[in-house]
Write a protein that binds this ligand. Structure first.
Ligand code: UD2
Ligand code: MN
Length: 766
């Protein structure tokens, strides 16, 4: 102690001690401070996590709120109403089920009266119908999914809850639960990933293909519509407004008012064979719709059909704020059961908040059941409106009458003998949402006209046409699919649509001038709208995740006010005249020469359509061919070059309206001729004309309506392919080089005469 005191006595040492103590204190203080900062941070972090979670929860709630409040309520309302109606129609619903507050059990199932089993399942598919409209190719070796277990969520929903009475208190919760589950998944996985909103039409950016679309995307440049152009470029439609919106998994709704009877006739879209003793009834009713009307009546109006979508479709996401749609069905004398199935398939499988209304346009049908009886039935379905036209308008003007009263943002046109499949609507609306210039078509699947089975069609089919404007389906080649990394769910660009089933932004439809109102009854309007859309800045796509079955019939089950063939020909000629530019010759040249004779055909006034095309600054048909449908063979002339005479071994020449023969010389323009689609032998504006009566020839200004300028050459039908033949009535005459005077003349045709045989330098088409 004393030693210590002595030691501290020196002031220096005291100072040293104080210094050491201060340092130690400082160090301790800093350590304490760090601890408390760490503590505070972890508290803050915890608080943030909680807040974030709350935020996510609120977001989830927001998305599901819509469903909770509007969807679920509407679903319930609709289902209650559908249910009321359904009872009357099917007579299968046990009323007691509707009032029980119990889960579905086997008792319930047994208590439902079963329909008399008149039918057995068909073992093999029915024979292919000779369909008037080309059917898409059916899938071979790939059985359709006939169970309900394609979507686990859906299964729970359908199998367990489908059977529960609508007015049960827990029913609402069931739907909400179902919707929420789907919604949650999408929110977690896809939150804020997709940029959104429409772009003005015509602003597509081209990006060279770099591999599968999903590998090349970045956050800033997320493609919202990765499309493949014909020149193998990926076109990404990018966000211009970058408004963020939520997304959710496609709603695979399939609502029914009463439990589906698994043994119901044609249930699950299965093939049914009517026993042979009832053949007479089948036959008797066939012509009412040109399909098995008798069988159709036995099939429930809300039957289940297999979910034929590519697997990935059920987990695709779409935006929460898709536009609403008005579904428009036009019909004339449609069969009752198919019309009802069409309507119920839309009500059952469309998210109610997106279905603004269903408009039924009765195109002056003559069947009594399509008047009061239809009105009464539909009066129980609040979303359905019926319009009865006072005169037969034809499907084109009938669609426009429907569009005129539609209140939805998007118009969805459907034929009146369809069944919309699970999840059909949202993928169509999604495409229009990302780009209002897109016209979206579902995959059209086949409902057999004979056994009413629902058949899956091949993947990668697109709508095309051949000359003379004949619609068809053609699969994209395997090579194309591989090269462009196309998946079975990717939208497919279509040069033309089939016509019957598509969604289009309503404002855009009117911007395009709707349909040409001069088109009559049926036919050709699919070509018109397709050319118009493409050439005036839009796009037509088939959306594989949207599928709708359609009954393809062998004949139109309604009358045509005028001759059917003439009506369709006239419609096509209108389309060709307005949209095809110089390529319209290819249309006429494929069997429609007779339409050019002004006394035969009057296509009507086209001035409004021509003006419209100018006003919209639409591109040329050549642009369409080069960019949208380059696969189509469309040479502007059938043959061209020198016109060589076999007998004379000289070439034909023309100078100042005078014809002569000369040594063949490709460099001489006077020896250049075209053999056109209108069958003219033509040099610039001058054509070779015959006067059959006087057996004379002359050179005249070309005139497409003059049959005297038409020469048959290399026709597959002709027995004299090398000849240039004129035809008047049943008489034929051939162009001949008179050897002596080296002049041209008409002479009776002779197969072996080399002076009647002609050869052009190049042939582009037979
Ligand atoms: C196809 C189209 C169809 C239409 C047609 C060419 C599909 C699935 N179908 O022929 O929509 O584009 O090609 O024009 O792509 N209708 C009327 N009034 C009439 C005639 C018909 O309302 O004067 C109705 C008819 O009841 C039906 C719809 O129009 O609901 C289409 O007629 P369709 O089924 O006879 O035509 P479809 O499928 O052979
Ligand atoms: Mn049809």
């Amino acid at each position: 102690m004393v030693a210590c005191w002595r030691y501290l006595r020196s002031s220096r040492r005291v100072l040293g001690f104080v210094f050491v103590a201060s340092v130690i204190w400082l160090l301790l203080d800093m350590a304490a401070l760090r601890l408390s900062i760490g503590d505070a941070t972890s508290h803050l972090m915890a608080a943030k996590v909680i807040r974030d979670r709350e935020l996510v929860a609120t977001r989830k709630e927001k998305v599901t709120q819509l469903m909770d409040e509007s969807v679920a309520n509407q679903v319930i309302r609709d289902r209650e109403l559908v249910g009321t109606r359904q009872e009357k129609v099917t007579q299968l619903m046990d009323e007691s089920v509707a009032n029980q507050d119990q889960d579905f059990d086997e008792e319930d199932e047994k208590s439902n009266p079963q329909p008399v089993k008149l039918y057995r399942l068909r073992k093999k598919g029915g024979k292919a119908g000779n369909d008037q409209q080309v059917q898409p190719k059916l899938v071979v070796n790939k059985p359709a999914n006939l169970s309900l277990d394609h979507t686990p969520l859906l299964e729970t929903f359908l199998v367990k809850k489908d059977s529960i009475a609508l007015n049960r208190p827990d029913f609402k919760d069931t739907i909400i639960e179902f919707v929420k589950t789907a919604g949650n998944t999408s929110i977690q996985e896809f939150k804020e990933e997709l940029p959104v909103k429409e772009r003005p039409i015509n602003q597509i950016e081209d990006v060279p293909a770099q591999g599968p679309p999903n590998t090349s995307s970045t956050k800033e440049e997320t493609p919202i519509g990765a499309m493949l152009t014909n020149d193998s470029k990926i076109v990404h439609v990018k966000d211009s407004g970058s408004i963020k919106a939520g997304v959710h998994q496609v709603l695979s709704l399939d609502m029914t008012a009463s439990p589906r009877d698994p043994n119901g006739v044609g249930q699950f879209g299965q093939a049914v064979v009517v026993p042979s003793e009832q053949d007479a009834q089948v036959k008797k009713r066939w012509n009412e719709g040109y399909f098995n009307v008798y069988l159709s009546e036995q099939i429930p109006v809300d039957r289940a059909i297999p979910d034929t979508r590519p697997k990935i479709c059920a987990s695709n996401v779409v935006h929460d704020d898709l536009p609403s749609t008005s579904v428009i069905f036009c019909f004339v004398d449609e069969v009752w059961s198919t019309l009802l199935r069409s309507v119920h398939s839309v009500l059952n499988r469309s998210p109610p908040h997106l279905l603004k209304e269903i408009i039924l346009v009765d195109d002056f049908s003559q069947k009594a059941y399509l008047k009061d009886q239809l009105d009464k039935y539909m009066a129980d379905l609040p979303k359905v409106r019926v319009i009865h036209l006072k005169e037969r308008q034809g499907l084109i003007r009938a669609r426009m009458a429907g569009a005129a009263v539609a209140e939805g943002e998007v118009l969805t046109f459907l034929d009146s003998h369809v069944e919309c499949n699970v999840g059909w609507l949202e993928p169509l609306l999604e495409r229009i949402y990302v780009d209002r210039g897109k016209v979206a078509c579902p995959v059209i699947e086949v409902i057999s006209d004979e056994d009413l089975s629902y058949k899956l069609v091949d993947n990668f089919q697109r709508g095309i046409f051949n000359w003379p404007l004949v619609f068809g389906w053609k699969a994209l080649s395997d090579e194309y699919v591989k090269k462009n990394y196309l998946t079975a769910a990717d939208p497919i660009r279509c040069p033309v649509m089939a016509g019957g089933l598509f969604s289009i932004d309503k404002t855009y439809f009117y911007e395009l001038g709707a349909y040409d109102p001069g088109l009559e009854v049926w036919g050709g309007e699919n070509m018109e709208i397709s050319f118009k859309v493409w050439m005036c800045g839009g796009e037509i796509e088939i959306i594989p995740c949207s599928r709708v079955g359609h009954i393809f019939r062998g004949q139109n089950p309604y009358t045509f006010p005028k001759d059917r063939r003439k009506t369709v020909e006239r419609n096509l000629a209108r389309v060709a005249e307005v949209w095809l530019d110089e390529y319209k010759d290819l249309f006429y040249g494929h069997g429609y020469h007779h339409l050019l004779d002004s006394d035969v055909m009057d296509v009507g006034d086209l001035s409004q359509q021509v003006k419209l095309r100018e006003r919209l600054h639409c591109k040329s048909f050549k642009w369409y061919l080069d960019n949208v449908y380059p696969e189509l063979e469309a040479p502007l002339v059938k043959a061209e070059g020198l016109v060589f005479n076999q007998g004379l071994r000289r070439c034909l020449g023309m100078q100042d309206g005078v014809l002569f023969f000369d040594k063949c010389n490709l460099t001489h323009q006077s020896q250049h001729f075209n053999y056109t689609w209108l069958q003219q032998v033509r040099q610039q504006q001058r054509c070779l004309e015959h006067s059959f009566k006087q057996s004379s020839l002359s050179v005249e200004p070309c005139n497409r309506t003059r049959s005297a300028q038409r020469w048959l050459h290399k026709s597959s039908k002709s027995k004299l392919p090398e000849h240039l033949i004129v035809e008047t009535g049943s008489k034929l005459a051939c162009l001949e080089a008179a050897p002596k005077f080296r002049i041209l003349r008409l002479a009776p045709c002779n197969a072996d005469n080399p002076f009647q045989q002609w050869q052009f330098t190049h042939y582009h088409a037979e």
